[in-house]
Ligand binder design. Structure first.
Ligand SMILES: Nc1ncnc2c1ncn2[C@@H]1O[C@H](COP(=O)(O)OP(=O)(O)O)[C@@H](O)[C@H]1O
Ligand SMILES: [Mg+2]
Length: 244
């Protein structure tokens, strides 16, 4: 579904060049749930942001179902509609109610009629126990509640793939499980998922593949079993032991 070829990304800062992605090659197939782990600063967020055209690569290319992901292409709106993204800091619209947050894009982009969007939105809110919050503003919700709303907002677009960038790392430990439970359900529904996360129990049980990124490269691409049971790479074992 997504094919990444020789991806490089540099940022220029204070006259210096930062080499953030250094030749990434990867394939993501329909239905896969791929976890991306690795140290802070290794380029995980930048990689996800390139997949969604929030960043433009310096060189290399990304194909979504054979079409080039490129902000200047005429396919970009369609591509973005089909690639949902969930951020670490939720990024809800502060001036919109919860129901407006989750129905605005699907109504504007005609994924649903207004009536359908509201019905489906309310049904999803009910499913995650947030129906009574439909008319509240994001500032009234806890972090865990905001993140579940952000996930629903992405789901409302009926994307073909969902990207998650450390969706639980800004949350208090006691609400992480609610967000993880929702992600487990999405995984079970058959959704294709690429998720940067260090929730290792979730990775162990729900990921079909794990990529390890270091210094802008994918240095390991394995199943969770292999990663946890026979990891011979010292760099990776050291990282994993720190998480445990
Ligand atoms: N817009 C930007 N401008 C300059 N440097 C950036 C920008 N975005 C990310 N970086 C740098 O790129 C590196 C990788 O960042 P990031 O992709 O966020 O890593 P990770 O998500 O693995 O922690 C970091 O050194 C970060 O400071
Ligand atoms: Mg990051």
């Amino acid at each position: 579904m997504i094919s990444v070829k020789n991806l490089y990304k540099e940022f220029k800062q204070d006259g210096k060049v930062l080499h953030v992605l250094n030749g990434i090659n990867a394939e993501f197939k329909k239905g896969e749930k791929v976890a991306i782990i690795g140290p802070s600063g290794s380029g995980k967020s930048t990689f996800l942001r390139c997949i969604n055209a929030l960043e433009t690569p310096t060189s290399g290319e990304i194909l979504f179902k054979g079409k080039k992901v490129d902000v200047n292409s005429s396919d970009i709106d369609d591509i973005r509609k089909n690639i949902g993204m969930v951020f670490q800091h939720f990024n809800l619209f502060p001036h919109m109610t919860i129901l407006e947050n989750i129905t605005f894009a699907p109504i504007t982009l005609k994924v649903y009629s207004e009536k359908e969007a509201k019905e489906n939105g309310m049904a999803l809110l009910e499913k995650v126990g947030l129906k009574d919050k439909w008319n509240s503003y994001p500032s009234r919700l806890s972090g865990g509640q905001k993140q579940r709303v952000a996930i629903i907002r992405a789901l409302m677009m009926k994307p073909e793939i969902m990207l998650f960038d450390e969706p639980t790392s800004a949350l208090d430990p006691e609400v992480v499980k609610d967000v993880i439970a929702l992600m487990v359900e999405i995984a079970k529904s058959g959704m294709t998922m690429i998720m940067v996360t260090h929730e290792m129990n979730f990775v162990r049980h729900s990921a079909t593949r794990v990529l390890f990124m270091d210094e802008g490269k994918i240095i390991s691409d394995t199943t969770p079993e292999e990663l946890f049971n026979n990891c011979e790479n010292v760099r990776i074992s050291k990282f994993l032991s720190k998480l445990a």
